[in-house]
Write a protein that binds this ligand. Structure first.
Ligand SMILES: *Cc1c(COP(=O)(O)O)cnc(C)c1O
Length: 383
């Protein structure tokens, strides 16, 4: 980045703000019109065209964060991903996609693709060779998730981008877990980056939204499909998302720092048999993670020893909440075998190493000593 490029927290605070020319207020005005003039205007504006003032301006912040030319904001992460897929895949095309995938994306592919005549292959693993082996003559898109949910596997982003370029195949990544604070895949050659903005972008567990960032050309292609599918975000929520994103850098850095401390502590804990966190030297892809992430993120997972009931442990927690979702400023935990991976059979879960003792931990901004104390008191209560 050049010296002129603003830093992370400056982008979060200022890029894309709307100047309040009328009243000189400090924050962006909220434009809620669904009806704009059609005569003598440069742009015919309509919320479903993704081009109201608040949508256009906030998209600039997201593009700046992902070092992309353009971005689009959607009504959910799934609206972003489904629109992106349908913009780059048509009848007879083939998608290569990671086997450990966010459940909603997996369902979208399995339930909807057959209706469109789009083919797909789930990889056998998260290594570049696994992706290469799945490529067919009609493959048009490779989609990855790194770090992955919930085992935090790391896929080589540079190598996937090179693989795509060498075979004229588009590449996309779900960057939700790392967030642009910790990982910028477009700098590593990936074509498109998508986010569930419901997670770190919103950060307070009160906004459902999504985003895609890419080149002007790719975003135009996504826009052409997006206006037909109709998955834009209402301007009131766009405004709330802008408000949330001002602290994205601060929040995620604090959460990432906490996660590193807790991962190290849990790894030594006598009641914990395994910790999955890319920032630990014991992680099989630690070096790769270090080479492609600027921070290791705030998501981790760990296994309790067999004597402790993983569900009972979560019930005993007083500060850390049990939650289906993730990435809020509050720490949350869940059991993947009962939530995101409940549709897999025991054999399938065993095959990917997902035990019933595994707990996914979305680390928040609380003080680490209080989180440790909560974990310890819940463990003690089980003895
Ligand atoms: C939550 C999530 C999604 C889907 O986003 P929604 O906003 O719930 O539609 C996609 N990918 C990942 C990694 C997620 O965590």
């Amino acid at each position: 980045m050049s010296k002129k490029t603003p830093g992370l927290n400056t982008i979060c605070t200022h890029i894309g703000e709307i100047k309040d020319e009328q009243y000189k207020g400090a924050v962006s005005p909220m434009y809620l019109s669904t009806s704009y003039e059609f005569m003598d205007v440069d742009v015919k504006r309509y919320p479903r065209y993704f081009n109201t003032p608040n949508q256009v301006h906030l998209a600039k912040k997201i593009a700046a964060l992902e070092h992309a030319e353009s971005a689009m904001i959607f009504g959910s992460g799934m609206a972003a991903i489904s629109t992106m897929f349908l913009a780059f895949l048509r009848q007879g095309d083939h998608l290569v996609v990671q086997n450990t995938l966010y459940g909603g994306t997996l369902n979208f592919i399995k339930e909807e693709f057959p209706k469109y005549g789009i083919e797909y292959t789930f990889t056998n693993g998260y290594k570049v060779d696994d992706f290469e082996a799945a490529i067919q003559p009609n493959t048009k898109l490779i989609h990855i998730e790194t770090p992955s949910n919930p085992l935090m596997t790391i896929t080589d982003i540079r190598a996937i981008a090179e693989l795509g370029k060498s075979k004229d195949i588009f590449t996309s990544i779900d960057n939700t877990f790392a967030s642009p604070v910790n990982q910028n895949p477009m700098d590593l050659g990936i074509d498109m980056v998508m986010h569930s903005a419901t997670k770190y972008f919103g950060g307070h567990s009160d906004i459902l939204a999504g985003a895609v960032a890419s080149s002007d050309e790719n975003i135009e292609r996504i826009w052409n499909v997006g206006k037909n599918l109709g998955g834009s975000l209402s301007d009131m929520t766009v405004w709330m998302l802008e408000r949330s994103m001002k602290t994205l850098g601060l929040r995620v850095k604090a959460q990432t720092k906490n996660a590193m401390k807790l991962a190290k502590w849990l790894e030594k804990h006598p009641n914990v048999s395994k910790v999955n966190y890319p920032g630990l030297k014991s992680h099989p892809e630690y070096k790769l993670a270090k080479s492609q992430m600027s921070g290791f993120g705030a998501m981790l997972s760990f296994e309790l020893i067999g004597e402790l009931d993983a569900l009972q442990f979560q019930k005993e927690l007083k500060l850390i909440k049990s939650s289906m979702s993730l990435a809020g400023i509050e720490s949350t935990m869940l059991s993947p075998h009962l939530t995101s991976h409940s549709l897999l059979s025991q054999e399938e879960r065993d095959a990917i190493g997902l035990s019933n003792q595994l707990i996914r931990f979305s680390v928040g901004i609380e003080n680490v000593k209080d989180l440790k104390q909560d974990i310890n008191q819940a463990m003690d209560a089980l003895r």
